[in-house]
Design a protein around this ligand. Sequence first.
Ligand code: ATP
Length: 302
Amino acid sequence: MARVGPYIVTDTLGQGTFGKVKLAKHSDTGMEYAIKILDKGDIKANELTVNVRREIAIMKALNHKNIVNLREVLSSKSKLYIVMDLVRGGELFDMIERKGELDETLARKYFQQLIDGIDYCHRRGVCHRDLKPENLLVDENGVLKITDFGVSSMKGGVGSDLLYTACGTPYYCAPEIINGAEEGYSGVKIDAWSCGIILYLLLTGVLPFQHDDMTRLYELINACKVPYPSWMGSDAKDLICHLLVKDPEKRFSLEDVKKHSWFLVDYDTGDTPADSGRSFGSGSDRSKSRSRKNSASSAGGG
Ligand code: ATP
């Protein structure tokens, strides 16, 4: 047990690249928070400046129900402490590992919240650039919270140049990133690609492109042949098809996603909007993709 300013720091909640995230209790209010502890000695001066300063600046600029809220930043001689609201439910990654694919209604609920949060970021010029289920936390009320803006970029801000550098986790990484900046790409569409991968994972419990050998993995991503399971509903497939498009110019934006018929179903009532003319999808086929055992190998191409 350690003390950091007014906080009593106890259990480890998670481990990141640069340090641990721990549980912290405010000694006056008794309120609990998550505190990311970064050892200044472990971080090279320029990494501290570029990565951590950027992460803090971006988190400070964002205020949305689907984004982890930054409370304050404390500093000692050797450490930096980022105090955030505590998200108790764990990572979406663990949920998928435990349950495999999610029921379509639950998958839609998380996907809608992911898109709401990322759309908010994009409207403020922030590109997350490392979207993956490990960076999506779920609180005790089932509210999804996006975290880890460590490699994010902000238009015109610290790290805006990063829009043109490789980033992220290969499995969730858009083709234009793995192929290098020289091909050029339109910034925020890299998040749209990652959202497509996450949607596929939520619905099937497996990744669309997977290989231990990175060269083969990159080939699979570039070939962009998604192994759709035969049981996947046509509406869900249609949305993924429009997100996992190699050319970022032709890929759906989050604006497009928000108009798609699969996305527009209300997760409380199951209702589709009366104005079907607003949707892009190919008709609802929801019942078929509900809770079916996943098998990407029984897939058709696409
Ligand atoms: P990475 O290596 O992915 O860049 P990082 O060093 O940026 O990681 P985070 O991803 O921010 O660290 O946090 C690491 C882990 O700590 C998360 O995956 C999560 O399990 C836990 N964690 C982070 N923030 C919170 C929070 N606000 N509430 C609860 N747990 C959290």
